[in-house]
Design a protein around this ligand. Sequence first.
Ligand SMILES: [Zn+2]
Length: 284
Amino acid sequence: MALVPMTAFLEDAKKNKYAVGQFNLNNLEFTQAITEAAIEEKSPVIFGVSEGAMRYMGLDNVVAISEAAAKRAGVPIALHLDHGSSFDVVMKCIRAGFSSVMFDGSHYPLEENIRLTKQVVAAAHAVGVSVEGELGTIGGVEDDLDVAEEDAALAKPAEAIRFWEETKVDYMAIAVGTAHGMYKGEPKIHFDIIEEVARNIGAPIVLHGGSGVPDEAIVKSIQVGVGKINVNTESQVACTEVIRRVLEQKPNEIDPRKYLGPARDAIKEVVKGKMRLFGSSNRV
Ligand SMILES: [Zn+2]
């Protein structure tokens, strides 16, 4: 199967009240782990690629390994740009073969965010690529993004509804209290904001910073309108913990496959667990 836009599984997810996970690619082993998890769980999946990960892996490598994964998997896979910062980077990814893009104009004033997002939607939709927009500022650190807690701002429902009506993005990320990276305490998710926005727009809500959010809060957020959940930190933690453990036990180990292999298995388990929690298992 070729890579698909996120709209390929939007209706089914909405009808059956589940969310599709976005799992970020960091290297080949992450791509393999996420793909194997999707195959075993019979789940649609979204490969998230940040601009930082793209620089690390190389744009052509990202597209090549994702296309190979999609061809082999037999489940729908979207290759999605995570937090695209400009029209130029969005176009570069679409030309290279991405099937979905996020344009993150959340740091611009509302009017400017709407204007820029509309341009992205027009160009992307013309070639069958889905678009995620963002409103409100999600706190925490992720690659090039670093938002201090005091600067994180919840989305205002009226603005989010207007944003969607004017841009018609396929998926809508709104800041509802989650953050990128590790949480110090338990995140306070504003379910009322999710519910009010979801009820008034024609797109699923995207929950960024899905790592470390308690299972009950995830389930509740899906019930009120979340249709896509982003996970990266938990996979990274699982990966690194295994590598650390292997190297502690065998300090003379020099074969990267001996620690990257078990790390890949650990990432796969995290992803499989999330797919079951999000309700996307056994949907294809
Ligand atoms: Zn994010």
